[in-house]
Design a protein around this ligand. Structure first.
Ligand SMILES: *[C@@H]1O[C@H](CO)[C@@H](O)[C@H](O)[C@H]1NC(C)=O
Ligand SMILES: *[C@@H]1O[C@H](CO)[C@@H](O)[C@H](O)[C@H]1NC(C)=O
Length: 497
């Protein structure tokens, strides 16, 4: 098909007559375009996708949202594919429109916008706090009474991906009279037809961390079973059927969590750490939310160190990875090992290693974040908590709330190819003087709270981590609404109920 139309096209452009015809055609299409895009850009895109698209236009649409198809992905809704293609280019516009307003609210401290309304499924505790060992007193109880008993998170390395825990606690808290916050970013609503988004309280990272090993008695892991049951439960709900799942918020922060369910639930918005282990169609930065890791080193309260109080110029401590992007670490090690005032060592940060890493970062001006087997790691957030200027060498990293936060104010980004040039990295960090460094350091101290995940929330929580994540979800809400409306064009859910 494609080949034939191409050759026809080539034949027609040979004669001058047809050149003129083509020129006029392009001109009229162009003017038509301008008229419509000035009134309603979405209309133009509708036309493009329903009429015969040219290859170039198809590419524009594809690049913006619907990257190469994934072989093993199955959609519970056959309509999704087409629908998402059409939604493509509008994504950015819908977000951009909302972005300005959110930015003003965050930065100027103007009155908060109305909180995001979140409907949360009352799923069995086995999907959430049960994974932490919490047991309800009665069978009909789903949630702990967090006024008297907040299920304890054991911490350790599992804490990195604990965003699921903090978001859920925040929702439970939002419906209590104790919540006196004037500026909370999200509230739980009990009526799903009033909700902006539907939250699926499955602690998928904890499920992966604790139950993904197949024991001798099992044919598949407990994590796998839970994922299958979540898919069955969620896709069976009327909230999913009416929206194609597009307004659902699903937690998948550990890069290996939801490994099978993601292929069934991808019309939803995922909360992820990065996109390293997803095909772009299942998860991408337009549709999904990047949330911070919880830092493992303690926050550096009352830090008055400054440029002169940090003797180490450049610090790196991390595991050795030989696969994927990890080779950069070894090459860098070879480049930097002879440099004085550089600390570069391999080693896991387990147990007391965390304390040591924290001390090291507090004594350093710059902290290296080199892609390991995934583009992101909690080391970045440890560096931020230690007010050590992050130097990010990870070409595919995606960062939380980058639509409202300019990381260049407090981070340095270096391409992997540049980092491996002899002298480049040291030249860069040595070129940053006391004044410039102190400016970035002060900015770090301002923004660190954006990444701090904690409970209970207080009124000054307006821009702490949990609130920032909800606000990031809220910025996608107009896009979600549009996708839902488009989904409903042909499913007519209102006639079904
Ligand atoms: C839920 O909200 C909708 C829309 O506001 C309303 O029509 C409906 O009656 C509500 N349902 C309940 C059970 O309150
Ligand atoms: C930081 O300073 C405040 C106010 O001076 C003080 O109350 C607090 O205990 C200090 N924190 C630490 C960890 O030193």
């Amino acid at each position: 098909m494609v080949e034939r139309s191409n050759s026809r096209y080539q034949r027609t452009i040979i004669t001058p007559k047809s050149m003129i015809f083509l020129f006029i055609l392009i001109l009229s299409v162009l003017s038509w375009f301008l008229i419509f895009s000035s009134t309603n850009p979405n209309r133009v895109l509708d036309y493009i996708s329903v009429s015969e698209p040219t290859d170039a236009l198809v590419n524009i649409i594809k690049n913006s949202n619907d990257p190469p198809q994934e072989k093993d992905a199955e959609s519970p809704n056959p309509e999704n594919r087409e629908d998402e293609n059409r939604g493509g280019v509008k994504t950015e516009e819908a977000i951009n429109e909302n972005r300005g307003e959110t930015l003003r609210c965050i930065q100027k401290g103007s009155p908060s916008p109305a909180p995001l309304k979140v409907y949360m499924y009352d799923m069995s505790p086995e999907y959430h706090f049960g994974l932490l060992g919490w047991k309800p007193e009665r069978n009909d109880v789903v949630w702990p009474d967090i006024r008297t008993n907040v299920p304890y998170h054991p911490g350790g390395l599992n804490l990195q991906h604990s965003v699921e825990y903090w978001l859920t606690l925040d929702l439970l808290y939002s419906e209590l009279p104790e919540d006196s916050r004037t500026s909370r970013a999200a509230i739980r609503v009990k009526n799903s037809s009033e909700a902006d988004v539907v939250f699926v309280p499955f602690f998928s990272s904890l499920s992966y961390n604790r139950f993904s090993k197949v024991t001798q008695k099992q044919t598949k892991s407990q994590d796998r079973v839970l994922q299958e049951n979540v898919v069955k439960f969620v896709t069976g709900q009327k909230e999913w059927k009416m929206t194609g799942g597009k307004n659902h918020v699903i937690l998948a922060h550990h890069p290996n969590s939801m490994s099978t369910a993601r292929h069934k639930l991808y019309p939803a918005m995922f909360v992820v750490a990065d996109f390293g282990r997803y095909s772009p169609r299942v998860a991408n930065v337009d549709k999904d939310i990047v949330a911070p890791y919880k830092h493992l080193v303690p926050s550096y309260a009352n830090d008055s160190s400054g440029f002169d109080g940090r003797p180490i110029l450049l610090y790196f401590q991390g595991a050795i990875y030989r696969k994927a992007g990890g080779f950069v670490r070894h090459e860098l090690y070879e480049l930097l090992k002879e440099e004085k005032d550089v600390h570069f060592s391999f080693g896991s940060v387990r147990n007391h290693g965390i304390t040591k890493a924290g001390e090291g970062m507090r004594s350093s001006k710059f902290c290296l974040n080199i892609a390991g087997d995934t583009p992101s790691s909690n080391r970045l957030f440890d560096a931020i908590a230690s007010h050590c200027i992050p130097v990010i060498i990870s070409d595919d990293i995606e960062l939380p709330y980058e639509d409202v936060l300019n990381y260049n104010e407090f981070c340095l980004f270096v391409r992997s190819s540049d980092a491996l040039k002899k002298g480049f990295l040291m030249g860069l960090v040595r070129s940053i003087g006391r004044e410039e460094w102190n400016k970035m350091w002060r900015r770090l101290k301002e923004v660190e709270r954006y990444f701090d995940l904690r409970f209970p929330a207080k009124d000054d929580d307006r821009d702490y981590g949990v609130q920032m994540i909800w606000k990031a979800v809220a910025r996608k809400a107009p896009l979600v609404k549009m996708k839902v409306h488009r989904f409903q064009r042909f499913t007519r859910p209102f006639l079904m109920v």
